[in-house]
Ligand binder design. Structure first.
Ligand code: SAM
Length: 233
């Protein structure tokens, strides 16, 4: 059976590239975005009642990880990137039909758009459906996952004086919790697990419209060097 699905909305997110997006929602509560609903769902009617809900499930397309040939096994970063397991045992982006799901905080409901936080979605992600989180059904006290039971432990994020000042100024300009976003996302240690970071190597990522650059003075410690306007703007 074949069935065509089409997006009901597009996410405008703080994350402009895949690198340094947390591996699951809610790991960075300061990660915010707007889900713009597409016609005919941009009418207030489509979201009437949703203001009674604190969190929603988003079903979306991993539009930057779509593949023609399905994989049966994947190497999840959570397992260090060197152990392969069945694709259905993981939340990997490379999967049949390319469908992702994230439970995110619903900050506000407006006609035609939802304001979201705690997201793990790339800018431009097409959303296929929205469903309200239902605590009695979706929260399972006795649930376990022996591969990914607890949230990964965050590493320390330190700031150069200059970077902190720059981040404060950009946070004010953007009206966004940029310092928290940087600390929460870099604290997840975005570099590939198998990569031992040479202390001189500079890493960078774009959040909103700024480039954040950092080094690893020690493998488990990040130092933010600068937060500057993205040149590619
Ligand atoms: N919570 C979702 C799930 O379980 O289906 C996503 C989990 S997946 C492991 C999270 C990663 O997906 C993020 O770190 C980011 O790099 C990647 N990602 C987010 N949006 C994407 C998109 N639209 N296309 C491709 N990759 C995306």
């Amino acid at each position: 059976m074949q069935h065509t699905v089409s997006p009901i909305g597009i996410v405008h997110s703080c994350f402009k590239e895949k690198f340094a997006i947390p591996r699951q929602p809610r790991l960075a509560p300061a990660a915010r975005g707007v889900l713009e609903l597409l016609p005919p769902f941009d009418q207030g009617e489509a979201v009437a009642g949703l203001e009674q809900v604190s969190h929603v499930w988003l079903l979306f397309l991993f539009h930057q990880a779509l593949e023609d040939k399905p994989r049966l096994k994947v190497r999840p970063p959570r397992l260090g990137g060197n152990k392969s397991v069945g694709v259905f045992a993981t939340r990997a982006t490379h999967r049949p039909n390319g469908i992702g799901q994230s439970v995110v905080r619903l900050e506000a409901v407006e006609p035609g758009r939802l304001l979201l936080s705690g997201i793990d979605l790339l800018d431009g992600t097409p959303v296929l459906d929205i469903k309200p989180y239902v605590p009695y059904a979706d929260s399972i006290a006795e649930a376990h996952n022996r591969m990914a039971g607890d949230a990964p432990e965050a590493i320390a994020v330190q700031w150069s004086d200059n970077a902190l000042l720059q981040a404060r100024n950009h946070a004010l300009r953007l009206g966004e919790p940029l310092i928290e976003l940087i600390e929460q996302c870099l604290g997840q240690d975005p570099r590939p697990a198998y990569q031992v970071p040479p202390p001189e190597r500079i890493y960078g990522v774009k959040f909103w419209d700024v480039q954040v650059r950092w080094q690893y003075p020690q493998p488990d410690r990040i130092r933010v060097l600068e937060v500057v306007p993205d040149q590619a703007q």
